[in-house]
Design a protein. Structure first.
Lengths: 153, 487
């Protein structure tokens, strides 16, 4: 578990930096369509902002069902990626060929745009969750009490 | 739809694997059936895929619709289809077997089933990849899953899993370094492109060095002697359900990856500074086959013995595919398919002995009461296959390797097959001597094996014999693959 930091300077700065970092993460993710950036980098920035938040404000050690589910987000991210690819396959095209996404009312360019954006969101989600869960695993200081998963820590 | 079979074969285990934690978050009893169902579906698709490939010829799949030199291509040819079918069948058998002997902590663990499915997805990717870098990515996907699986039940296994991780990462780095060399020298990573450019460039030290790095990296992954150090400890200490799966898939698929590279990039008779490359590889294989067999002979722990036996067979297969003629190549690949099933059966038997009787070493075996007749029967069949006697597939594999060696007039290679056979016979004699030794007058009834164990051992033994009986059509497919130019 991570204890919160008690310096006023750190806490106040964190309040300013973290939202900016998260906004920047989302910007990098979306901007990946037009220039350098994309899901992976955006996900790393998002993960960094969340790890920073953990370090500054501490980690609530309450092991709730939701907190465990959130850490399965990497599965969700990969599913989003594989799912969008699979939809292209079902749409009669080649895997990950977004032109075959069957979305009514969109021309080919917009369909490709949508497909790439969705897969990049999946990648970003995956990277962000993985980053956060690595930092949590590293900070788990003692053996977890009888859990059903043998190698969580 | 026949176009997308390769991606479908990848997506089935992959989607099932990543969806498993979410779908079964609160229903832990569903994990095993879902994993089993996904792999069964994959096996069916793999069988159908083989049929399609045999009727339509190789199918190239361009991911995202970007054609090969620019985009990423997957090649679904008869070699890939056969190997994928073998891998998925063997995994299905080991998972069925896992219903009996899985350690209590793993039985409902979501990580365990997810890792198995992701491992399979990675292996499928390795087999289909027609691009050196893509191959690297899947090599790492499957390797990371394998490291975690070895350490899955903690304890000593975790230590050896860590060692496996260190050595495996070294192997991956060497491979990547080699890929870098080839990319700088040729400007492409696509295997078909490389195949047209490499043969003229073999005089360049960058290319030769790159190929050596790739070979060293994959040698660690396939546990070729002398780079086999991680394997016996890892398989000995892995959970009982994991060692059959890893022994029959991971090393074999790494070998398939090398075979693909060797086959498309190194032409028969290719020389680097007057050293014939294929002959050199063959000598490495000869060394591995003989040393692996000899090391197996001196083991007292059953799992280690079988692990060294598998290491020796990797050498034997390398001998077969490096002979430079179609007979030897087909023999090597056919032996690889057989070995995959044989390793699975051997580790299943060893695992069932540990689980049911607490038997780990030959001494324990000597002191053991009567084992289930199913175990005895499967052991006899697999021993016949390992030694290489006619009704099983093992014979036809070794026979063709020897024929190929004689055809190429490489008598050392032919000798190594015979030597390896004798060594195999040697360690099986030791196992059988202990197996049929009865301490005192124990007349207790032999215990019945559980249903899943009977099913998996029975099907695998039948498969070993069936591979022998139907060796002709399989050889025809493999010979066609070689003469068809393959990649």
């Amino acid at each position: 578990m991570i204890h919160s930091h008690d310096s006023v300077i750190v806490r106040t700065l964190g309040r300013i930096v973290i939202p900016v970092a998260q906004l920047f993460g989302v910007y990098v993710l979306v901007f990946g369509q037009y220039g350098p950036g994309g899901g992976f980098v955006g996900g790393v920035v998002l993960a960094a902002s969340m790890i920073l938040a953990n370090l500054i404000y501490g980690l609530d050690t309450k092991d709730t069902w939701l907190s465990r589910m959130v850490l399965h987000g990497d599965g969700l991210g990969l599913l989003l990626f594989a799912g969008v690819g699979g939809l292209c396959l079902i749409g009669g095209g080649v895997y990950l060929n977004y032109a075959n996404l069957q979305v009514p009312g969109l021309d080919e360019a917009s369909r490709r745009y949508l497909g790439i954006l969705l897969t990049q969101i999946g990648v970003a989600l995956d990277v962000a969750v993985t980053g956060v869960s690595i930092s949590i695993s590293l900070s788990a200081d003692d053996e977890d009490d009888a859990e059903d998963e043998p190698f969580r820590a | 739809m026949s176009m997308g079979m390769s991606i479908l074969l990848f997506l089935i285990p992959f989607v099932a694997g990543v969806a498993l934690p979410i779908v079964t978050a609160r229903r832990s009893a569903w994990r095993q059936p879902i994993a089993l169902g996904a792999i069964a579906l994959m096996t069916l698709v793999a069988a159908y895929n083989l049929r399609i490939v045999l009727t339509q010829g190789p199918i190239e799949y361009a991911l995202g619709g970007w054609a090969a030199p620019i985009g990423i291509a997957w090649l679904n040819d008869s070699l890939a289809a056969v190997v994928v079918l073998a891998v998925s069948t063997v995994s299905l058998l080991t998972l069925v077997y896992g219903r009996v002997v899985v350690p209590a902590r793993l039985e409902r663990s979501v990580s365990y089933y997810t890792l198995i499915l992701v491992l399979l997805a990675g292996l499928v990717g390795i087999v289909f990849a027609a691009d050196l870098f893509n191959l690297f990515v899947f090599l790492e996907v499957s390797a990371l899953a394998a490291y975690a699986l070895v350490g899955a039940s903690g304890g000593k296994g975790a230590v050896y899993a860590f060692r496996y991780l260190l050595l495996g990462s070294l192997g991956a780095s060497l491979y990547l370094l080699g890929v870098g060399h080839l990319y700088v020298a040729t400007g492409t990573l696509n295997m078909a492109d490389l195949a047209t450019r490499i043969p003229d460039l073999l005089t360049s030290t960058a290319v030769a060095g790159g190929l050596i790095y790739i070979f060293l990296g994959l040698s660690i992954k396939m546990a070729l002697i002398p780079l086999h150090g991680w394997l016996p400890d890892a398989y000995q200490n892995a959970p009982e359900t994991v060692s059959p799966l890893l022994a029959s898939t991971v090393t074999k698929v790494a070998l398939v990856a090398w075979v693909r590279i060797e086959y498309s990039l190194i032409l028969p008779g290719a020389e680097v500074s007057a050293v014939p490359v294929l002959v050199l590889l063959e000598e490495v294989g000869v060394l591995a086959a003989v040393v692996g067999g000899a090391l197996a002979l001196i083991q007292t722990d059953l799992k280690r013995m079988f692990a060294y036996g598998g290491i020796g067979h990797v050498g034997l297969i390398l001998v077969g595919v490096s002979l430079g003629n179609a007979t030897g190549f087909a023999g090597g690949i056919f032996y690889l398919l057989n070995d995959s099933v044989m390793q699975a059966v051997l580790f299943m038997i060893a695992g069932a002995l540990v689980h049911g009787h607490g038997v780990r070493t030959l001494d324990d075996l000597r002191a053991m009461g009567r084992p289930s007749p199913w175990l005895t029967g499967a052991l006899i069949v697999v021993a016949v296959g390992m030694v290489g006697l006619p009704p099983t597939g093992g014979f036809f594999g070794k026979w063709n390797i020897v024929l190929g060696a004689l055809e190429a007039e490489h008598y050392l290679a032919a000798f190594s097959v015979v030597a390896s056979t004798l060594l195999t016979l040697g360690y099986f004699v030791r196992v059988f001597a202990a197996w049929f030794h009865r301490p005192g007058a124990t007349s207790a009834e032999a215990p019945m094996a559980p249903g899943s164990l009977m099913a998996s051992l029975g099907v695998a033994s039948v498969a070993l014999i069936a591979l022998g009986i139907f060796s002709d059509p399989i050889f025809k497919v493999l010979i066609d693959f070689v003469s068809g130019g393959g990649i």
